[in-house]
Structures are given as structure tokens and as C-alpha cells.
Design a protein around this ligand. Structure first.
Ligand code: FAD
Length: 373
């Protein structure tokens, strides 16, 4: 079976990986270079932030993230030489209003990764010596990890580019589907070239609303900009991820620390804003003041593919027999990525699914209303 995938972010690339391992032939298209959009820009936390604030359907997929990435990393590393660096740092959360619910959440939801403990100031000093003395307590999630998402993308792209069943078409914006009797015949790129396949997958992230008119659907997926600032400290300087008021610090193994993030509705603009940068710095230095001694080495902004409830659309597109989608992961596309791709592969190949797929069905595109941005 020949499958054309539109969009080479984490959603499209992991879908390609799942399908090629089953012997499918893949053509993957992107309007720019592969793996440069939200999936590159994200932080790589392998859990929704404050999981209790999300629908169960988001947490169900996210729970598979870490173990599936470990499996893929073991398989791909010997071939690509690129380690995704799954970094087991745990996370401290300082939002006092979340303490009770956070401490009980793992037990109520059978999500072992979310096991939490309450730390007083003494406990905090032992776990992370750089926390500001004004912060007297926290809840600590020892099992949470982060992944170095740019390296994940590099590795998957490298693996797929070596694979005899995969063809990449980069800098190739797809503008249209040719639909005839509820079946896609081919896709058309900006230059008018046509590409035929047996099945087609939309994995176009924040750009997915583009398809609404042609497919006669409401696709409420919109770009929500998130900005990041990158520090460089000595290797392993900051021992844990830290979070307060939805702002976070994410340490990488080599001492880089990713700080973010903001939420702005400004269309497809990815220009960093100095005021937002200052907000991020203020929030992060409030948690870890000593960070100020280290240089900022990069800043950027990316476009999250927001959806009304944060539950992605995974499955068959209504009224089209050979069209599928994997879009709308909003703030959690990296942690949900591997399970989302596996679920889609299972649906496409009519295999048993890892979880009930109803909550993710694109049938909702007929009914969803925008609830959160
Ligand atoms: C600042 C920030 C922090 C984040 N932190 C985290 C986190 O810690 N943990 C987590 O789980 N998630 C996080 N996320 C969210 C996560 O990054 C996204 O949910 C995820 O990357 C979405 O992946 P995607 O493949 O759907 O979209 P993208 O990575 O945006 O990929 C979509 C691709 O489709 C291509 N495309 C679009 N239209 C067309 C077309 N017409 N033709 C051809 N190609 C097309 C684009 O060029 C792009 O490459 C964060 C996001 C941001 C911005």
C-alpha cells in the first residue's frame, strides 16, 4: 500500500515510521524542510503540564510517550547515531492551588508516571539546590522526563531517509486534494504537480484549517504561538524540571535549559517578542535566580496546533474513503506523538487499537465548538 503523508512534524513523521515498519510505501510532503515547525520548537516534556487540567483522552495517549520513545530510540540509535536523550529529571511544581489534586491524581487515575510527593523546604534543598528561598514547598513528580525533540526529529528523519520504502518531498506545499466520489485521487502541490497514492494522511499541525473548505468540514485547529528562551549552563547543573504558573525550565543533559512558554494568538507569526521574553525570564528567574549568571544562547517561537479541548483528531476523515488525519495536539503533541501515530496506523491497517479510538474520532469535526484557546 502506498501512503502519502502531508506534514513532516512529529505527527507525520511518527505516522510514517509506524506505517513503514508494517511494510507500507510512504511519500511524505512538507511545505518547508522536515521537522522545523512546532515539533522542533516545543519543550519535550513527556507529560501534559498539570495533567488534571486536561481531558482523560489526552492523558491516555501521553502515558505511552516515554516507553514508546525509549523503544524507538533503542531501535533507531544504532542506525542513525542520534540519541533523543530521554532525560529523567523529575519535575517540581510550585503552584500551591494544585498541590492537593496533584498529590492524589496518580492514585485516582492509575497513571504511575504521575506519582507525586509533597516537599518542604528541606526536601526541596535535597532535590534541587537552586530553588529560590522564597519558595518554601513544592510537589515533586520524580518519574517525569523530557526528550530532546530536535534530536528526535533528526533521528526519525535520518532513519526514514535511509529507508528504501520512503520518499521525502520537502519545500513542497500541498495545496489541494483531488476528490472524486468520496475518494482522494491525488494531491496537488503549489507548482501544479500531482501525486497519487492509495491512502492519504493529513498531519499539517497548526495549518490544518486550510483543508476545511475543500473537505466541507469545520476544522477548528488554529495556531497558538509559544515563545522559548534557551540558556547554557554547565552539564547537569539544574537537576529537575521546574514549573510555576504554566512557566517552566527544562534541563537538557549538556546544560542547555529551555525556558518557556507563552500563549499568543497572532496568526502564523513566529517572531519572538521582547516583552514576552522578559515575562519568561521573570517567571523562570523567580524559581531559579542563579540562572541569570548564564548566557542566553537562543530564542524562538513556534505554533501549537490548538484544538478546542486539546484532544487531537486521529482517524478517518468523514465522507472520504481513503483520507486520514492526525492533527490538533495543541500543547501535548510530543508526549502524545508516539501513541497517536500508533493508533492511526492501527486504524488504517484495521488492527486492534491500543485504546478505544472514539474520543479522537474526526467525526467530531462535524460538531466541535471552540472551548479553550
Ligand atoms: C513553545 C512550545 C512548547 C511546547 N512544549 C511541548 C512539550 O513540552 N511537550 C509536548 O508534548 N508538546 C509540546 N508542544 C506542542 C508540540 O510541539 C505540538 O503539539 C506538536 O509538535 C505538533 O506536531 P505536528 O506534527 O502536529 O505539527 P508541526 O510540528 O507543526 O508539523 C506540521 C508540519 O506540516 C507542514 N505543513 C503544513 N501545511 C502543509 C501543506 N499544505 N503542505 C505541506 N506541508 C505542510 C508544516 O510545514 C510542518 O512541518 C510545544 C509547542 C510549542 C510551540
Amino acid at each position: 500500500m502506498h501512503i502519502a503523508i502531508i506534514g513532516a512534524g512529529v505527527s507525520g513523521l511518527l505516522t510514517a515510521l509506524e506505517l513503514v515498519e508494517q511494510g507500507c510505501q510512504i511519500s511524505i510532503f512538507d511545505q518547508q524542510q522536515s521537522g522545523q515547525a512546532a515539533s522542533w520548537a516545543g519543550g519535550g516534556i513527556l507529560s501534559p503540564m498539570y495533567p488534571w487540567r486536561y481531558p482523560q483522552a489526552v492523558n491516555t495517549l501521553a502515558q505511552y510517550g516515554k516507553s514508546m520513545y525509549q523503544t524507538w530510540n533503542e531501535k533507531l540509535l544504532p542506525i542513525t547515531g542520534i540519541d533523543f536523550e530521554i532525560h529523567d529529571t523529575g519535575m517540581l511544581i510550585f503552584d500551591e492551588d494544585d498541590f492537593d489534586i496533584g498529590l492524589n491524581y496518580a492514585d485516582c487515575h492509575q497513571e504511575p508516571m504521575q506519582q507525586a510527593e509533597y516537599l518542604t523546604r528541606d526536601g526541596l534543598d535535597q532535590i534541587n539546590p537552586w530553588i529560590d528561598s522564597k519558595l518554601q514547598h513544592a510537589i515533586y513528580f520524580p518519574k517525569l522526563s523530557n526528550i530532546r525533540n530536535p534530536r528526535l526529529l533528526q533521528s526519525v528523519i535520518n532513519y526514514l531517509k535511509q529507508h528504501p520504502l520512503v520518499s521525502f518531498f520537502e519545500n513542497r506545499p500541498i495545496v489541494k486534494f483531488q476528490l472524486q466520489q468520496h475518494k482522494i485521487q491525488y494531491v496537488v502541490d503549489q507548482a501544479g504537480n500531482k501525486f497519487a497514492a492509495d491512502q492519504f494522511v493529513i498531519a499539517t499541525g497548526a495549518w490544518s484549517q486550510h483543508w476545511a473548505k475543500q473537505l466541507n468540514l469545520d476544522i477548528p485547529v488554529q495556531p497558538v504561538q509559544g515563545q522559548m528562551v534557551l540558556f547554557k549552563a554547565p552539564a547537569n547543573w539544574l537537576p529537575t524540571m521546574c514549573m510555576n504558573n504554566v512557566m517552566y525550565l527544562i534541563p537538557r543533559q549538556d546544560g542547555h535549559i529551555v525556558c518557556g512558554s507563552s500563549m499568543s494568538h497572532c496568526g502564523f507569526d513566529t517572531t519572538p517578542d521582547p516583552k514576552i521574553k522578559q515575562n519568561i525570564l521573570d517567571a523562570c528567574l523567580e524559581m531559579v535566580p542563579e540562572l541569570a549568571q548564564f548566557p542566553i544562547v537562543k530564542q524562538w517561537a513556534g505554533l501549537r496546533p490548538s484544538s478546542p479541548t486539546g484532544v487531537p483528531y486521529i482517524g478517518a476523515v468523514p465522507d472520504a474513503n481513503n483520507l486520514w488525519m492526525n492533527v490538533g495536539h495543541f500543547r501535548n503533541g510530543l508526549c502524545m506523538g508516539p501513541a497517536s501515530a500508533q493508533l492511526l496506523r492501527q486504524l488504517m491497517l484495521e488492527q486492534p487499537t491500543l485504546t478505544d479510538s472514539t474520543a479522537y474520532s474526526p467525526e467530531r469535526l462535524k460538531t466541535d465548538q471552540l472551548v479553550i484557546g
